[in-house]
Design a protein around this ligand. Structure first.
Ligand code: C5P
Length: 222
């Protein structure tokens, strides 16, 4: 069978990483969480006390750190120069900063190259915001995953509560909305559905139903 390249994009909390990870597992493919890569750079820039306006400094972080993604028990483990930042990159603080950092064109350029290299041998599921439009425009399958803002906020709330963060649902909703706005309105590789991406609205779908729909698309191409 062919080693497909699968691109999954969409706004925060639409279920991309959960769904993409299971699809990858079922197909025996590599899963690449590009949001985790931007989060890692955002975390490192906070850690070093850089302002999110320091484009040069932030792009050079991406060039110089040793960023590693690995997958353990269905979770993306992230290390920066050997330091485990898996949990640190998911804090509300990083979530609030990451979209400003991700606007920097010089940073996106570095990420684009890394992400293309990671996908070069095929057999990958990559999720993010600009995968189908910029990173892997020739992907065999492109999916644009969405869900209502209410449902996305609820999912993030459950995720954070499970980790012991005490967050307010309506505040979370407005933070997600503002991140979406920044991601959609930025100049460099904004969040937009690729014309040839298949839209899947997960508001009323179970994880398994979304996975099945994508696996069906894959079968047609294998
Ligand atoms: O996917 P996740 O919500 O973890 O991504 C965090 C942020 O990283 C997004 O809100 C977006 O600003 C940025 N991002 C991006 N391009 C990608 C993936 C993530 O700009 N391909």
């Amino acid at each position: 069978p062919k080693h497909l390249v699968i691109a999954i994009d969409g706004p925060a909390g639409a279920g991309k990483s959960t769904v993409a990870q299971i699809v990858a597992q079922r197909l025996g493919y590599t899963y690449i969480d590009t949001g985790a890569m931007y989060r890692a750079v955002a975390w490192e820039s906070i850690h070093r006390g850089l302002s999110s306006c320091d484009s040069g400094g932030i792009a050079s972080i991406a060039k110089n750190i040793n960023l590693k993604l690995s997958y353990v028990n269905g979770m993306t483990n992230v290390t920066i120069n050997g330091l485990d930042v898996t949990d640190a990159i998911r804090t509300p603080e990083v979530s609030k900063t990451v979209s400003s950092v991700a606007q920097i064109p010089a940073l996106r350029q570095v990420m684009l190259k890394m992400q293309r290299d990671m996908a070069s041998s095929g057999g990958v599921v990559m999720d993010g915001r600009d995968i189908g439009t910029h990173v892997l425009p020739g992907a065999d399958i492109k999916v644009f995953l969405t869900a209502s803002i209410k449902e996305r906020a609820k999912r993030r709330w459950e995720e954070l509560s499970d980790k012991g963060f005490d967050v307010d649902l309506s505040q979370l909703e407005s933070e997600i909305a503002s991140r979406d706005k920044q991601d959609c309105e930025r100049e460099a590789a904004p969040l937009v559905k690729a014309p040839d991406a298949i839209p899947i609205d997960t508001t009323n779908l179970s994880i398994d139903e979304a996975v099945q729909q994508i696996l069906c698309l894959c079968e047609e191409k294998m």
